[in-house]
Unconditional design. Structure first.
Length: 167
């Protein structure tokens, strides 16, 4: 993972500060208390407060995941977790808790966040599929990253979702 952190370089994204985001992968054990607090605060601010969905974000899976964090200065602005095979769905890796601060949405930062997560996954997954539960409104975004719909839309935590797989 350290080698992967060292290989990351910024692409020429300038319209939304994506070129200024500093990215870092970490195991759960290597997260500082401050990093963990920032992760949980960002996730809560979006998934629970902004989306008005009272649910248990802390699900016991974080300690098994690899975490990708994006910082503008000292501010955590982007995050996702890479879920190991079988923890989300048997026979699949997954990406979860994908979150981007509101002011960065609609530009290139979200695509960069997912691209870095998928690049890391592609380096370790050896053909194992990546399965996600996407919010339905993001279906086209994930399709452009190689995910395909699986089945019909469903409601998860009061929000329409669709299962998607990247092979």
């Amino acid at each position: 993972m350290d080698a992967f952190n060292q290989q990351m370089t910024q692409a020429a994204f300038t319209e939304d500060n994506a070129d200024k985001i500093v990215w870092r992968f970490s195991t759960f054990e290597a997260l500082s208390v401050q990093e963990l607090y920032a992760i949980l605060a960002l996730r809560e601010s979006i998934f629970i407060v902004e989306q008005d969905v009272p649910y248990t974000d802390i699900d016991g899976k974080d300690s098994h995941c690899t975490h990708l964090m994006g910082y503008l200065g000292n501010d955590l602005v982007a995050y996702l977790r890479i879920v190991p095979v079988g923890l989300f769905k048997p026979g699949c890796y997954s990406l979860g808790r994908v979150v981007l601060k509101k002011e960065l949405r609609g530009g290139s930062a979200g695509k960069l966040l997912l691209s870095l997560g998928l690049e890391y996954l592609d380096s370790i997954r050896n053909g194992v599929p990546v399965c996600i539960s996407s919010q339905l409104y993001l279906k086209n975004f994930y399709s452009k990253l190689g995910f395909e719909e699986e089945g019909e839309p469903y409601i998860e935590d009061r929000i329409p979702h669709i299962a998607m797989t990247r092979r």
